[in-house]
Unconditional design. Structure first.
Length: 562
């Protein structure tokens, strides 16, 4: 029983438990925070509610109150209703080239207006990027009609070839022939040109029977075959330094045994075996092409064993592996080069080995031109990105030092045969302009002809800029002067390859007129002149290849250099 004289105490109010994590304002004011976002105190005070962790970082609390959720829903409805309104931006018209800043804020000084494709013209010496074209439905269907994507029945791999590739051209010829023969669609698909062009004799499965014979008689061609031929077209290696490492490898020195140099070494042997002059008797009864496949597989196996190694020798290895199998464009070399940053000029405060700096410059710009060349040949996009990323200095040569374009640094001077790198970089930029300006653009025939003539002017300026010793010949003549006999070996081979590439690019410039014109269009004077330029370069190419093939043994196995 309760005592009558004892006053009953009032029941104590339940206290709110202490917050595990209070917001900054409640912590400062010593308030009891309800841990909402925003908490009730901050919401009443109309201030920002912020939570911080033990390390001082701002936390994102997600215990939202119903009022806060309703507020967000109202904002979403408002934004959704405004997005349903018609846009004030004009729709892009076909043939309009848009720069990355075309849809920027008009008030921003960095906003770049859209420009017409025909106005994009400049000298080849400028480091320019062509804008991208917004494809219209007609443009997309027109391009897709010239492209080919098919399964290679030998490898079960899907292969794509764009409108600028020779495979797409042959496929177009095959389709026209099938239509004339009234073949059903299923029979047309069964004769896939991708499968028909595959060479099963050079596949890994055909090498199993000779593998033991090769291993029992290891007498590979020397790297000297490479340095007397293909090296002059892609002079990214330093011969003396490479052969020094070969000596270390042959002698069993540990310095080169565990490095990526072994993969590079086998890639050079593979390319050397592929382009070397065929002997009357194969080495140990094994043809050169089988030797090449053997060394190619050895190089790949070393790449797989090392994993994702990123160094200069791996970039060079992938470079030559891509050169060997030109029908398989693998971007490993470019991605590895970008990963190690050889596309960027090293900071001045870093004390770098001069030989390494020179090797990186040669490798990057040689890779730049090769990637552009092979991408265009396959009709596939390159993986280089914008030229703004690439500020690596070009290899220093006598020409660049005499012209004053680079400061006088004799320690960075390259041999004379490395001068081709700079001119092939300029050539590759014209190739990119051709791809974007003609093969990826939806232009009328007059616009196409004007663009081709415009690019031909760029090409002619490029020819005039090349040193006379290696300058391409616009007109081939079988009667050559005896003075050329005294020319260095590298100048003869560089001049030959650059001449073939000059005419090939000219064929691609004006050959598009044949594909995109009707017989009535070809009767016009301007169109017929453009087509005649294509035919002239085609005839010149046939004459050059026939003449060189007839008189020079090296060219009979040198198709990978042209």
């Amino acid at each position: 029983m309760d005592r009558p004289n004892e006053i009953q105490k009032p029941r104590q109010k339940t206290r709110r438990p202490r917050a595990v994590l209070a917001c900054e304002l409640c912590r400062t004011k010593k308030n009891k925070c309800d841990e909402a976002n925003p908490c009730s105190y901050c919401r009443q005070s109309n201030v920002e509610c912020t939570y911080r962790g033990s390390n001082g970082s701002v936390l994102n609390k997600r215990r939202f109150t119903p009022e806060y959720v309703r507020q967000l829903e109202e904002q979403v409805k408002t934004l959704r209703s405004s997005s349903d309104a018609p846009s004030v931006l004009p729709a892009p018209t076909p043939g309009t080239v848009l720069t990355p800043g075309a849809f920027s804020d008009p008030a921003s000084p960095k906003a770049t207006p859209s420009v017409d494709a025909s106005s994009l013209h400049g000298s080849i010496g400028q480091n320019r990027d062509w804008g991208y074209q917004v494809p219209s439905p007609s443009c997309s269907s027109k391009q897709s009609a010239q492209e080919i994507s098919s399964v290679n029945m030998h490898t079960r791999s899907v292969e794509f070839y764009g409108s600028s590739s020779s495979v797409a051209l042959l496929s177009r010829v095959q389709r026209n022939e099938d239509r004339e023969m009234f073949l059903p669609a299923k029979e047309q698909e069964s004769g896939s040109i991708v499968s028909n062009l595959h060479n099963p004799r050079f596949s890994p499965s055909m090498m199993d029977g000779i593998q033991q014979s090769i291993n029992a008689n290891p007498t590979p061609p020397t790297p000297g075959v490479f340095f007397s031929s293909n090296h002059y077209i892609h002079p990214i290696l330093e011969k003396h330094r490479f052969l020094q490492k070969c000596e270390q490898l042959w002698s069993g020195t540990d310095a080169s045994r565990s490095s990526s140099f072994i993969a590079l070494y086998y890639s050079i042997l593979s390319l050397g075996a592929l382009i070397s002059v065929r002997e009357e008797e194969p080495i140990d009864g094994i043809p050169n092409r089988q030797w090449s496949r053997k060394f190619f597989d050895e190089s790949l196996s070393h790449c797989y064993r090392m994993g994702m190694v990123t160094d200069l020798e791996m970039v060079q290895c992938y470079f030559f592996l891509a050169k060997i199998c030109q029908n398989e464009l693998n971007p490993h070399s470019v991605r590895t080069a970008l990963a190690i940053g050889i596309n960027r000029e090293p900071p001045a405060h870093l004390q770098r080995d001069v030989k390494s700096v020179k090797a990186e410059s040669r490798t990057w710009w040689g890779l730049y031109s090769l990637e552009m060349e092979m991408s265009f040949a396959m009709g596939r996009p390159d993986t280089l990105g914008s030229d703004l990323y690439h500020d690596r200095r070009l290899p220093v040569t006598y020409e660049s030092m005499e012209s004053g374009t680079v400061p006088y640094q004799p320690e960075l001077l390259e041999p004379p045969h490395c001068a081709i790198i700079k001119y092939m970089v300029d050539f590759s930029r014209i190739t990119r302009a051709l791809c974007l300006g003609i093969y990826l653009s939806d232009l009328s025939l007059p616009e196409l002809l004007a663009r081709a003539n415009q690019l031909e002017q760029d090409l002619n300026r490029w020819v005039d800029s090349v040193p006379e010793a290696i300058r391409p010949s616009r007109i081939f003549s079988r009667k050559t002067s005896l003075k050329s006999v005294k020319d260095a070996q590298y100048t003869k081979r560089q001049r030959l390859v650059m001449t073939i590439r000059y005419h090939n690019l000219r064929i691609m410039m004006f050959g598009s007129l044949l594909i995109n014109s009707s017989p009535g269009d070809r009767a016009s004077v301007s169109c017929s002149e453009g087509i005649q330029k294509c035919l002239d370069s085609a005839k010149q190419t046939i004459d050059i290849i026939y003449h060189v093939y007839q008189h020079h043994d090296f060219f009979r196995t040198w198709y990978v250099c042209t």
